[in-house]
Design a protein around this ligand. Structure first.
Ligand SMILES: Cc1cc2nc3c(=O)[nH]c(=O)nc-3n(C[C@H](O)[C@H](O)[C@H](O)COP(=O)(O)OP(=O)(O)OC[C@H]3O[C@@H](n4cnc5c(N)ncnc54)[C@H](O)[C@@H]3O)c2cc1C
Ligand SMILES: Cc1cc2nc3c(=O)[nH]c(=O)nc-3n(C[C@H](O)[C@H](O)[C@H](O)COP(=O)(O)O)c2cc1C
Length: 485
């Protein structure tokens, strides 16, 4: 309604300007006393002037009557009543909260839409009511999927960005054990403010999924939707799983012990998940730890590979010790499966290069199994650990997969065995031609394992071997994905 009104207002404005110009031209004509320059020797100058004037009038009429270009998003949406819930997520939690927020608003009779920040441009935020749920990863970094958007935030020249018609709120997810707590959420919020955005309420920080902060967000959304009476957001629903088997996979290793855990569902239910998804373990209501699922739904059981951590002060890691030591076989594990779309497998026809180290093999194993089930033909696994004698996780299975064609290539590197190729990045460099060929044939690259030590070194090698532009393009097109911790 309002955009039609604006449209006619702008047409009437144009007509007035043209009428004024026509009047001015006519007045100037009467002032013309001297001879006009001759346009063509044989043509009467007054006839030429008349023709030009007529042509100009015709052009004016055409300008007024032709259908006009679509108005800019900013004008189109200044009175947009939709809530745009926008997520920036690395491992799926922000996405899940965004989905819940959309449901809450819709249940309250509001119009709400879900968006991935990585698929938007700043212009698309103009004139909108935006609710951001943004996590921080790495060391204060934005999630991988929104790196391209984050470039807009950091760009030097941003004169054209105007959020004076944008209202926004930010739920910043983070973990206060990191120095740069909720850094990306804060960066996003500052940028919106700097460009004239109007905050609907103060930024809310969420420390390690703290329920109190999530409730405040929920309350604010309810207020925005005009509701005073809100039911408290349900805590994440866990299901009981039974610890059926626990096997130490690396006896004699120089590293911390790593256990293969098998969890069976309680009762007859057959929970479904996709390779790449995460098992959220809740040893207590206050404690929650994420583990990559190492099996697929059709296995009928959740398998994990858990490293029993020790803190720098010698005390045991809380979650991993609970799983690896304190829990007895037959005990119940409160577990919730969290979808992690960022690490779901590409289509079976897409060649896939899987790169990982340590317990990172867990998700890569699930992805390989899923690929085998889907009949995918091209899967290349590059895996690194310390020693072949003690740390060759799932070694027989990987060799078997290489023999039966589930894996097209398998490269394993062991850093303490004295070989030249110590780390996965060395294996990549040694296979640079194959890497180029696979990437040229449309391969995706999935990286899983250490945030420190492996992931940055793999990225350096990829930049070196493929070029930074290609790596950026791969990332932006979802062909370079990371699940690192
Ligand atoms: C998406 C994702 C997938 C994951 N997948 C896996 C997987 O497949 N396998 C796996 O083993 N792990 C995985 N992890 C890691 C896992 O979630 C846990 O972080 C890990 O098990 C350690 O947790 P913890 O409770 O045992 O240790 P915590 O008690 O949390 O301690 C861990 C570290 O925190 C520091 N720390 C924290 N508090 C203190 C303190 N008070 N004093 C001293 N130091 C402290 C120390 O550096 C210590 O080493 C994954 C993580 C993510 C995010
Ligand atoms: C590898 C890794 C790095 C992280 N880095 C930070 C950080 O620098 N600052 C912070 O506040 N939180 C950090 N976090 C915590 C996440 O922001 C938090 O777990 C969040 O809930 C994840 O949401 P997501 O699943 O939507 O990505 C990190 C988490 C991981 C696994």
């Amino acid at each position: 309604m309002s955009s039609t009104h604006n449209h006619w207002r702008s047409r009437i404005g144009n007509a007035l300007v043209l009428a004024l110009l026509a009047g001015l031209a006519a007045w100037l004509w009467t002032l013309q006393t001297s001879h006009w320059p001759t346009l063509a020797p044989q043509m009467d100058v007054r006839l030429a002037a008349g023709l030009s004037f007529t042509l100009w009038l015709v052009l004016c009429a055409v300008t007024l009557l032709l259908p006009r270009k679509k108005p800019a998003i900013k004008q189109q949406h200044t009175d947009d009543n939709t809530w745009h819930v926008i997520h920036a997520s690395q491992t799926g939690f922000a996405l899940e909260l965004a989905e819940r927020s959309v449901r809450l608003l819709r249940d309250a009779g509001q119009t709400a839409q879900l968006h991935d920040l990585g698929e938007l441009t700043p212009q698309q935020l103009q004139g909108k009511r935006c609710l951001f749920i943004a996590s921080t990863t790495g060391e204060g970094d934005p999630p991988d999927t929104v790196l391209a958007f984050a470039k807009y935030i950091d760009a030097k020249h941003q004169h054209c960005i105007d959020f004076s018609t944008t209202q926004f709120a930010v739920l910043a997810l983070g973990d206060s054990s990191y120095t740069e707590f909720c850094a990306f959420g804060h960066r996003l919020s500052r940028w919106l403010l700097e460009h004239g955005g109007t905050p609907l309420f103060d930024l809310i920080e969420v420390d390690n999924a703290a329920p109190g902060a999530l409730q405040r967000w929920q309350q604010q959304l309810a207020n925005l939707a005009g509701q005073t009476d809100t039911s408290v957001w349900e805590a994440a629903q866990t299901q009981p799983w039974i610890l059926a088997k626990r096997t130490l996979l690396n006896p004699g290793s120089q590293g911390w012990p790593a256990y293969h855990l098998v969890l069976k569902p309680f009762g007859s239910e057959k929970p479904q998940w996709q390779a790449g998804d995460i098992a959220e373990i809740h040893p207590t209501p206050q404690l929650q730890r994420d583990y990559s699922i190492a099996s697929i739904s059709s296995d009928g059981q959740i398998e994990l590979l858990v490293r029993q951590m020790q803190r720098s002060d010698g005390s045991p890691g809380l979650g991993s010790s609970w799983l690896c030591e304190q829990l007895n076989l037959g005990d119940t594990v409160p577990l919730r499966i969290r979808s992690n779309p960022n690490f779901h497998a590409p289509s079976p026809s897409t060649p896939l290069i899987l790169i990982g180290n340590g317990t990172g093999i867990a998700a890569l194993r699930a992805l390989t199994k899923a690929r085998a089930q889907e009949g995918a033909k091209q899967t290349w696994l590059i895996f690194g650990e310390r020693s072949a004698a003690h740390d060759a996780f799932f070694g027989d299975e990987l060799e078997h997969w290489l023999e039966n064609g589930t894996l097209t290539h398998l490269n394993r590197t062991f850093s303490r065995d004295g070989h030249v190729q110590r780390y996965v990045q060395d294996a990549l460099r040694a296979q640079s031609q194959r890497l180029q060929e696979w990437v040229n044939n449309g391969a995706s690259l999935y990286i899983c394992g250490s945030q420190e030590g492996m992931a940055p070194d793999v990225e350096t090698a990829l930049n070196e071997l493929l070029g930074e532009t290609t790596v950026t393009t791969l990332r932006q097109t979802g062909r370079y994905r990371r699940d690192v911790y």
